[in-house]
Design a protein around this ligand. Sequence first.
Ligand code: 4AD
Ligand code: MG
Length: 454
Amino acid sequence: MKRTLVKHALASTAAQDSILIEGWVRTRRDSKNFSFLEVNDGSSLASVQVIADAGIPGYEDISRMSTGASVAVCGRLVESPGKQKWEIQATSLKLVGTSPESYPLQKKGHSPEFLRTIAHLRPRTNLFGAVFRTRSRIAAAVHQFFTERDFFWVHTPIITASDCEGAGEMFHVTTLDPLADNKSYDRDFFGKAASLTVSGQLEGETFACALSNIYTFGPTFRAENSNTSRHAAEFWMIEPEMAFCDIYGDMEIAEAFIKHIANTMLADESGDFDFFCKFVDKGLRARLEEVSSKPFVRCSYTEAIDIMLASGEKFDYPPVWGMDLQTEHERFLTERHFKSPVIVYNYPREIKPFYMRLNEDEKTVTAMDVLVPGIGEIIGGSQREERLDVLEGNIARLGMDAEAYYWYNDLRRYGTVPHAGFGVGFERLIMFVTGVQNIRDVLPYPRTPRNCEF
Ligand code: 4AD
Ligand code: MG
């Protein structure tokens, strides 16, 4: 007999004489002549209630069908007098795998901190099941957004020899033993220094300057030693890049993208979104509705500093022109001042990477960050420097290895075009649509400083 996922069983439009479901026991209650089992197979938040009368085949194992055990249930799908529309009247049971008392998810209500220590089992909880189903759906919505707009997905390399952001936060890739003497790149696998990518942007740009509109979507790695709730050493990034596009076109696509993701979540009927609104963040629905309906404010960096200086607000880091914005500044702007998503643009040149386009004032570059309530920076992007002489000047000024970037400069040498793009932190996006506060709880296996378990 063919298996039916619990989700489909519960969405049935009619009673069924014969159905097979397979899953894990959440709870069991025994009466004298029958037992109730709540069975969940992860296909949705909902578990199905199973009524098993004493004496049906397999009932002899009922006492071992404890929380966490895996079972197969054959039976009739019948109308339920309880909360759910349907329940299963079992005709036979099968114990597939037992789950002794050491099973750590016996009781509900474990803290996220404890659940992180059992990351291999936490997808079986309501919260983490909902988070990881949502992660999958939002990934599909990302591909949908770009595919509908004629963007091609480019698989940029994970191992790279160039530092995109220039912040020196790269993990080295080597086959040499770090404890051995006589190490030299000559003897290393690639014969040169190699790292895990911090961004696929530079390689992505080369494809945009051929296919016009592209995006990357894959893992990126940063060895920044910041133990915050928004930073991970391994995270996923989405990086669209558009040829013949300036910073204003860049902002439009970024805004449409965030609205598409908010709308996707608002349209979710699986039960997961309702769960987040009820149990994770009571303000979530209103926030996503606001993001979906309000135009994003555009505000230059210089204006943003002036607004904060005039606000009389006490910041841990008092705003000064020239500094990078801190999370407290970003959240002040989006949550308290504008009460809306904000795109801050034209940042001081000194705090931004080499590839951003220099403005006419020669003090600022065409950087733009999208800030959203509850998160702060969710997107960072820019129009790229398309003028070969200016770009070469930046590479020299910053003391970068000019030879390593010959291929990047070639884009400016042969048929250069104005182009722009941005990077979205995929985990920040998931935090934004679920209300989950810690990045460690939206990554299947979070990697952070001094933590690489599993
Ligand atoms: O602002 P970032 O550093 O921009 C870039 O990497 C550009 N190359 C993007 C581009 O123009 N193509 O990073 C982009 C986004 C941030 O806005 C943030 O959402 C996320 O990536 N991000 C992180 N997410 C989790 N953990 C970290 N350590 C992150 N660092 C950046
Ligand atoms: Mg940034």
